[in-house]
Design a protein around this ligand. Structure first.
Ligand SMILES: Nc1ncnc2c1ncn2[C@@H]1O[C@H](COP(=O)(O)OP(=O)(O)O)[C@@H](O)[C@H]1O
Ligand SMILES: CC(=O)OP(=O)(O)O
Ligand SMILES: [Mg+2]
Length: 423
C-alpha cells in the first residue's frame, strides 16, 4: 500500500507543508520521497504569500482571501489535490498521516500518534505558549474533521531538549511554584536539531552517540544548541521561544524587568487577544514588536547582513553576532572543548555567507576555521557543506528540514500498525 504523509508546520504567521510518499525497497529499507511543498506566509497581514514547489517546478503568488491558518490549510490542500503531476494525492482520502509541529510539548519527549487524551494535554499547553501552540491545535482539529482517514501525529519541538540536566532546565525561582505551573526551560527548534544531529553524524561517518556539536538554527526565530554525544545539554530558548538570541520580531534575552519600564500596561491583555487566545501586552511587545523589525524596520535579514548597510542595520547585525558569540563560547566550555563541528542552519545560517564569515572569524580562537570560497559557494554544495579548513574541528552548513524530520519519525513510529485509539 502507498503511504502518504503530510507534514504540517504552523508558525505564528505562516504555514509550511510538505507531502511525502513512503517507499520500502525489496530489502525492507524505508525511505521518503518528497512529492511537493507549499508555504503560505504573512497570514495575518493580507495579501498572504503563496509558494509552491514540486521537483524543479516553482510558483509564487499573492492571496487576498486568506486570513487564518485554516484558510491557508484549505488552500494548500486543494493545491496538492488538484496538481495532476502528483497523482498519488488526488483526493483527501489518499493522505494517511498528518504530522504536526507542536512547539510547546511540555513533558512529551517522543512524537505521539494523536489520541483524544494527548490532544487535550497539547490544547492545555497553549496556556504556556499561546503564540505558538494555538495554530497547531486548530490545524489538528481541521485535519481531524476534514481528513477523516488521517492519523494525526504530534511532533514536539521541545522534545529533543528533555535530556538537559535539571540545573539547566531550572530557573532560580521558587521550585514549588515552578513545578505547579510548569515554569522551566523547555527549549525549541528540537525537530531541526534532531535532524541536524542525524545528518551531521552521517556526514562525519560517526554514530550519533559520539557526535558533539554547537548547532545554530538561525531563522526568523533563532536559537543555539549544545549537543553532547547526540543529546541536547543546553539551548538558548527557554519557557517560550522569546529567550536567548533575538529574532525577526523577538527581543531575545533582556533584563526581565525591562518590560515594566517599557510600558505600564505590561500585564493588560493585548488588543490582539481573542476570546480563545489570551496574549498580554508584554508578550506582544517581546515577541512581535521587537527584534530586527524594531531595530531596522525590516525582518529581511539579507538587508541587515550587508557590509554596506546603514548604521541601524549594522547595530542589529552586531547585536546578533555578539549574542551568537556569547553562546558559542558558553557551549564550547560546557562541551569541555570536545566539539566535532560548529553548524550553521535555518534561513539566515544557510543563506548568509557574510554572517557565517564574521561569526567564524570571531570564534577562530576555539579552532573553527573558514575557507572563504567554500563559504561563498555553500549554496551550490548540497545539503551539508564543509566551509572550514580543518578536518577535525569542522565548520559546516546544514540545510535543515523540520518537515522531513516529522515525516521520518512518523514513518518509523514504533506504534504504527498497532492501532492505538487515535483521534
Ligand atoms: N539571503 C539571505 N541572507 C540573509 N538572511 C536571509 C536570506 N534569505 C532569507 N533570510 C532570512 O532567513 C529568515 C527565515 O528563515 P527560515 O528558517 O526560513 O524561517 P522560519 O523561522 O520562518 O522557519 C528570515 O529572517 C530571512 O530574512
Ligand atoms: C520555536 C520557534 O521559534 O519557531 P520559529 O523559528 O519557526 O518561529
Ligand atoms: Mg522555523
Amino acid at each position: 500500500m502507498t503511504i502518504i504523509i503530510l507534514s504540517v508546520n504552523a508558525g505564528s504567521s505562516s504555514l509550511k507543508t510538505t507531502v511525502f510518499i513512503e517507499e520500502d525497497d525489496a530489502a525492507g529499507n524505508r525511505s521518503l520521497r518528497r512529492l511537493g511543498s507549499a508555504e503560505i506566509s504573512a497570514i495575518n497581514q493580507p495579501p498572504a504569500k503563496f509558494k509552491y514547489k514540486r521537483g524543479s517546478f516553482k510558483t509564487d503568488s499573492e492571496l487576498g482571501d486568506i486570513h487564518d491558518h485554516n484558510g491557508a490549510f484549505e488552500h494548500i490542500l486543494n493545491a496538492f489535490i488538484s496538481d495532476a503531476e502528483i497523482p498519488e494525492v488526488s483526493k483527501k482520502e489518499d493522505i494517511q498521516y498528518a504530522c504536526h509541529r507542536v512547539v510547546q510539548g511540555g513533558r512529551f519527549r517522543d512524537d505521539r500518534l494523536l489520541t483524544k487524551e494527548t490532544f487535550d494535554i497539547i490544547n492545555k499547553l497553549s496556556d504556556l505558549a499561546p503564540l505558538h501552540n494555538a495554530s497547531a491545535v486548530s490545524l489538528m482539529v481541521t485535519c481531524h474533521q476534514q481528513l477523516p482517514k488521517v492519523i494525526n501525529v504530534a511532533c514536539f519541538d521541545s522534545g529533543f531538549h528533555q535530556t538537559m540536566p535539571d540545573y539547566v532546565k531550572s530557573y532560580a525561582i521558587d521550585q514549588k511554584i515552578a513545578e505547579e505551573k510548569g515554569l522551566r526551560k523547555y527549549g525549541f527548534h528540537g525537530l531541526s536539531y534532531k535532524y541536524i544531529t542525524r545528518r551531521i553524524a552521517q556526514h562525519l561517518g560517526k554514530p550519533q552517540s559520539e557526535t558533539s556539536l554547537i548547532a545554530l538554527h538561525l531563522g526568523s526565530g533563532a536559537s543555539a544548541c549544545a549537543i553532547k554525544n547526540g543529546e541536547s545539554i543546553d539551548t538558548t530558548m527557554g519557557l517560550t521561544p522569546v529567550s536567548g538570541l533575538p529574532g525577526g520580531t523577538r527581543t531575545g534575552d533582556i533584563d526581565p524587568s525591562l518590560v515594566f519600564h517599557y510600558t505600564s500596561d505590561a500585564s493588560a491583555l493585548s488588543p490582539n487577544s481573542t476570546k480563545d487566545l489570551h496574549i498580554s501586552t508584554a508578550e506582544e511587545i517581546l515577541n512581535k514588536q521587537s527584534g530586527w523589525k524594531a531595530l531596522t524596520g525590516t525582518t529581511d535579514f539579507s538587508k541587515i547582513a550587508d557590509p554596506n548597510a546603514p548604521d541601524t542595520h549594522k547595530l542589529a547585525f552586531n547585536i546578533f553576532v555578539d549574542r551568537i558569540l556569547g553562546y558559542v563560547g558558553n557551549y564550547y566550555v560546557k562541551l569541555d572543548g570536545k566539539v566535532d563541528a560548529l553548524v550553521f542552519a535555518g534561513g539566515i545560517g544557510e543563506k548568509s555567507a557574510y554572517l557565517r564569515e564574521v561569526v567564524t572569524q570571531k570564534v577562530a580562537c576555539l579552532g573553527f576555521s573558514l575557507d572563504k570560497d567554500k563559504n561563498n559557494n555553500a549554496a551550490e554544495g548540497g545539503d551539508v557543506v564543509d566551509i572550514g579548513t580543518s578536518e577535525t574541528v569542522r565548520t559546516l552548513v546544514c540545510e535543515t528540514d523540520e518537515d522531513y524530520e516529522m515525516a521520518w519519525n512518523t514513518a518509523m513510529h514504533p506504534e504504527r500498525g498497532s492501532n492505538p485509539a487515535t483521534w
